[in-house]
Design a protein around this ligand. Structure first.
Ligand SMILES: Cc1ncc(COP(=O)(O)O)c(C=O)c1O
Length: 390
């Protein structure tokens, strides 16, 4: 191994949301608390990111950023190498993260009180940005079929409100780590075409896919939806650059892209932050080897969580993750009330996980644990849980 994912980096008092806002967000306040909630990793980013940032720091003149064509080309080439998709760099727009881009989509193609479809349980910021934009969230439950989520498009066809304009599709899915099959993506895309819906494919987790699974890009799998498709990608999850706060919005329909850019321009968002652009470009150009070592490290952590958690806590059931570093664990078969489970995890074991209810009613008996951390911490977590639940 060339890169040291075992290294424990002290992130306390570094403006880390995961470690420094843990107490406020999760109520776990002890000095030995372990942060397993928000989705960033505790690993150092690829060395090329540090080198590129150091070069900028050493120049010590940090004016406005321009010429984002190198950034857009880097993203397009990265997508081509990793996903066999080479979008035209002119179709890519940098955005201040993915969630803000979702809000801009809503402003570009929907009106106040229109409905936005999500498949729940789902990443909680979907609901927050829908609400903040005064749209209605229409939450259609996923089906848990033998431990894997499935979208129920037939059921959706019967219940979808008339004022639905947009679908937020999380691919791969958070939580649950589902990597959707080609057929599943096609079925959704066909439904969107039929019902004249815009499809937003949030593919921010698509590089973090484990060996048995293959991610399919919505744009290439389902060209029939191209004219109404927004694809969100980023270097942020893949290379641990969430703080850079940069995403890429890809829109091949010219008219739609103009609409989206108009919304971005209304808040002065077509000028980009220098440090984030430098960091994310360096990662996408030079980060392949780092990423190739990250995946097996994460996969080993996933395997450890999936085998050790049910031993530590009788009856708990981790969903078999095909993607993401976010273990989705169901406690409904544990012979304890959920409040007691949470008490033992948060207060007893001092582990800050994400309560499943944040992702929708369907998640009320689940907790989500971020395992993108050195293995030594995962072992500590397992020890603490074994003690609390013995
Ligand atoms: C599906 C999904 N989309 C978007 C994000 C966050 O994107 P950003 O930080 O760029 O707004 C996350 C973070 O967990 C996520 O899971």
């Amino acid at each position: 191994m060339k890169f040291d994912f075992d290294k424990v980096v002290n992130r306390r008092n570094t403006h880390s949301a995961k470690w420094d806002a843990m107490g406020v967000a999760t109520g776990v306040t002890t000095d030995d608390a372990i942060a397993m909630w928000v989705a960033d990793m505790d690993f150092e980013a690829p060395p090329a990111v540090k080198e590129a940032l150091l070069e900028e720091v050493n120049r010590s003149v940090h004016g406005y950023y321009a010429n984002d064509i190198t950034w857009r080309t880097a993203m397009s080439d990265f997508l081509n190498r990793h996903h066999n998709w080479q979008p035209d760099p002119d179709h890519i727009i940098p955005t201040p993260g993915v969630v803000s881009a979702l809000g801009m989509v809503l402003q570009a193609v929907s009106e106040k009180d229109d409905s936005v479809v999500v498949f729940s349980p789902v990443y909680h910021a979907f609901g927050k940005i829908i609400k903040a934009n005064q749209r209605q969230m229409f939450s259609h439950p996923l089906i848990n079929e033998h431990g894997r989520y499935k979208m129920d498009i037939e059921g959706l066809a019967k219940t979808i409100p008339n004022n639905a304009k947009v679908v937020f599709f999380c691919s791969p899915h958070n939580p649950g780590g589902t990597v959707w099959s080609k057929e599943e993506i096609e079925e959704l895309a066909n439904f969107c075409v039929e019902r004249d819906l815009y499809l937003v494919s949030d593919e921010v987790h698509h590089d973090l896919v484990y060996s048995q699974a293959k991610h399919h890009i919505t744009a290439t799998t389902s060209p029939q939806i191209e004219d109404k498709l927004f694809t969100c990608v980023a270097a942020s999850k893949t290379f641990n650059l969430a703080g850079a706060h940069i995403g890429g919005m890809i829109i091949s329909n010219n008219e739609l892209r103009v609409k989206f850019k108009k919304i971005a321009a209304q808040s002065g968002l077509l000028s980009y932050p220098l440090f984030g652009m430098i960091a994310s470009e360096a990662a996408q150009v030079h980060g392949d080897k780092w990423l190739a070592e990250l995946i097996p490290y994460l996969q080993a952590n996933r395997d450890l969580v999936e085998t050790a958690f049910p031993t530590a806590i009788k009856g708990c059931k981790p969903m078999a993750l095909q993607s993401t570093y976010l273990a989705w664990i169901d406690f409904s078969q544990v012979e304890l009330p959920m409040e007691e489970v949470k008490k033992r995890v948060f207060k007893g074991a001092r582990i800050a996980a994400s309560p499943g209810i944040q992702f929708g009613q369907e998640g009320k008996n689940c907790l989500r644990f971020n395992f993108a951390t050195p293995k030594s911490l995962i072992i500590e977590v397992i020890d603490r849980l074994s003690e609390e639940f013995e």
